[in-house]
Design a protein around this ligand. Structure first.
Ligand SMILES: Nc1ncnc2c1ncn2[C@@H]1O[C@H](COP(=O)(O)OP(=O)(O)O)[C@@H](O)[C@H]1O
Ligand SMILES: [Mg+2]
Length: 256
């Protein structure tokens, strides 16, 4: 099924809902979400803990199917996961028996690209994420931040139409987190991609986003949206940054 309504849309969804049903219970977690993401836009889904962010991003990735509504990628209805959507999770599952380079090459290899092409792609993205020199290391030797860099390189290496990131820096200590936010912005400025990034950290949202989509408590819906046009790199203590931080924090639902 084609969806031609929205110009420039890379990823979108119309009226998606998700209800989890077990034998005795039924819980609506996503309560009707419409979203349209443009090419090279950096959208942050920001909402309270347990509101349904992961459920929503899994729907957008095609990892689960909505109970109602539809997800579109490049105008086509999504019905399963695919390499056209790169996913980076909080805990990136790298193959522990493969080196950094082999992890990054894995996707291109599965897609059937030739050896030299895989090599070229891996070298390029490993350099982009600042891991040149670590190609032959195994994941166990890497810090948390470095593992997430490999995760980002691996997602980029598949050249997906959209990158979906679910709290990728959520497990990192505060200092490493700031470094990774800056790194991700530098990577994205160098090679723009369409990104949907989930966080429950308002500073992270404001540092990264072109647009912040504020989600309600569960069952989650879109409460409101903010276009963030502060120049980059952003300053966490800039008066406009602090003003928006206050405004959005005041507007958001309190975690239940
Ligand atoms: N597979 C599932 N079955 C039943 N309930 C689920 C399932 N996945 C998530 N939930 C429920 O949905 C709510 C939101 O979860 P989640 O999407 O992980 O929130 P967030 O990522 O915003 O913290 C939670 O209350 C959780 O228990
Ligand atoms: Mg989550």
């Amino acid at each position: 099924m084609e969806h031609k309504g929205i110009v420039d849309e890379v990823l979108g969804c119309r009226g998606i809902k998700k209800t989890f049903t077990t034998k005795n219970t039924s819980k609506e977690v996503v309560g009707g979400v419409d979203l349209s993401v443009k090419k090279n836009e950096f959208v942050v889904l920001f909402g309270p803990g347990q509101c349904g962010k992961t459920t929503l991003i899994d729907l957008l990735a095609g990892l689960t199917m909505p109970t109602e509504g539809e997800v579109f990628l490049g105008g086509k209805k999504v019905s399963r996961p695919g390499p056209d959507r790169g996913v980076v999770y909080q805990k990136t599952a790298l193959f522990p028996w493969l080196t950094v380079e082999e992890n990054v090459k894995y996707g291109p290899k599965v897609r059937g690209l030739g050896r030299e092409e895989c090599q070229r792609i891996a070298a390029h993205y490993i350099e982009l994420v600042g891991l040149a020199g670590f190609e032959k290391e195994f994941p166990i030797k890497l810090s948390g931040g470095m593992k997430q860099r490999v995760g980002i390189a691996r997602a980029y290496a598949n050249e997906p139409q959209v990158l979906l990131m679910d709290e990728p820096f959520g497990h990192l200590d505060a200092q490493t987190r700031y470094v990774m936010e800056a790194e991700l912005m530098a990577i994205w400025e160098k090679e723009k991609r369409t990104v949907i990034f989930v966080t429950n950290n308002i500073e992270e949202a404001l540092y990264l986003a072109d647009r912040i989509v504020l989600l309600t408590n569960c069952p989650t819906t879109i409460k409101t949206e903010y276009i963030i046009d502060m120049p980059r790199p952003r300053d966490y203590v800039d008066p406009e940054f602090l003003r928006l931080r206050q405004e959005i924090t005041d507007t958001m639902d309190k975690s239940m």
